[in-house]
Design a protein around this ligand. Structure first.
Ligand SMILES: [Zn+2]
Length: 307
């Protein structure tokens, strides 16, 4: 199964990437967890590796610090369902995940750091392995037990709206886990986001408000697309996302049980301006991963969180 998925990813990477594809599942009541995070919030450290083409900081692929910080702010607005932002909803099944992302405050050597690692690809030569974490990890890859590795990728502008992002998934006993792209021990894990879709931009593409990272982070923490594998019985294993048997692309349709598809869910392929919700079952899945996946759990006590 893993092999098949990898094969698919390599063969059809453009489509998959863009859609972050390999998704997984939501939780059942049996899988609910009740871990008590610090200050009632789960803080997770991220490092943004800005893989660029040597432009001055703030130009094209060498994204500005302001844009990167705004992207992390958007991620937190979405995961915390913050009022007054695009990430707010008042849906009865919508929730505040209590998960917040922090730009790493320490580098791997323990030195003070701003969470942004810029790599000029014109000065480094690496073998081309394709659009996957193993390729970008050749430039920079930090211990995934201490950092969520996010690479912004310097793809050509022709990939806009086609290649958005990609995430590896966590291996746990949650149903649907096999649908993720699960790294082997020698593989890198993390999240890729096409630089064109990282943060907010003036782009005319539907993915211009920074929601690609929200979606991919959902996968990284164990949540599947709402349609799962695309049948009514085995979709995302979340009871509070109406079952659908096909991808959701921003247009409402009636799903498996006569209920409209939830087009505003982050785990669809809807437009950035449409999405504003993780459901409580999706959030329970993320919390389960934070308690049961060794690597994800270790993030909660990372040295990178400490000033
Ligand atoms: Zn996806």
């Amino acid at each position: 199964m893993k092999k098949n998925i990898k094969k698919i990813v390599f063969q059809k990477f453009v489509v998959m990437i863009s859609l972050g594809l390999l998704v997984s599942s939501c939780s059942s009541d049996d899988n609910r967890v009740s871990i008590v995070p610090v200050d009632d919030i789960f803080y997770l450290p991220v490092v943004v590796h800005v893989i660029n083409k040597g432009e001055p900081v703030g130009e094209n692929t060498n994204l500005s610090t302001e844009r990167i910080k705004r992207q992390i702010e958007i991620l937190n607005e979405d995961f915390r369902r913050k009022e007054g932002t695009r990430g707010y909803n008042d849906h009865p099944d919508g929730g505040d995940s209590k998960i917040e992302f922090v730009l790493a405050k320490r580098d791997p050597d323990g030195k003070p750091f701003d969470g942004i690692n810029r790599i000029d690809t014109t000065k480094v030569s690496v073998p081309i392995l394709g659009y996957n974490p193993n390729h970008y990890a050749q430039y920079a890859y930090w211990n995934p037990k201490d950092y969520i590795n996010i690479w912004t990728t310097p793809l050509p502008e022709s990939t806009e709206c086609l290649a958005l992002g990609f995430a590896t998934g966590p291996e746990t006993d949650l149903p649907g886990t096999e649908l993720f792209s699960l790294p082997e021990p020698e593989d890198a894990e993390g999240i890729l986001v096409n630089w064109l879709h990282f943060g907010e931009s003036e782009s005319s593409c539907y993915a211009r408000f920074g929601r690609t990272l929200t979606h991919e982070m959902g996968h990284y923490l164990g949540v599947l697309h709402t349609w799962g594998v695309g049948d009514c019985e085995n979709n995302d294993y979340c009871d509070d996302t109406p079952a659908v048997d096909k991808p959701v692309y921003n247009t409402a349709f009636i799903g498996c049980e006569g209920v409209p598809a939830m087009i505003n869910n982050y785990m669809t392929w809807s437009h950035d301006e449409t999405m504003n919700m993780f459901t409580n079952d999706q959030i329970a899945r993320m919390h389960y991963v934070l308690e049961h996946h060794k690597g994800r759990k270790a993030l909660l006590s990372s040295h990178a969180l400490k000033p």
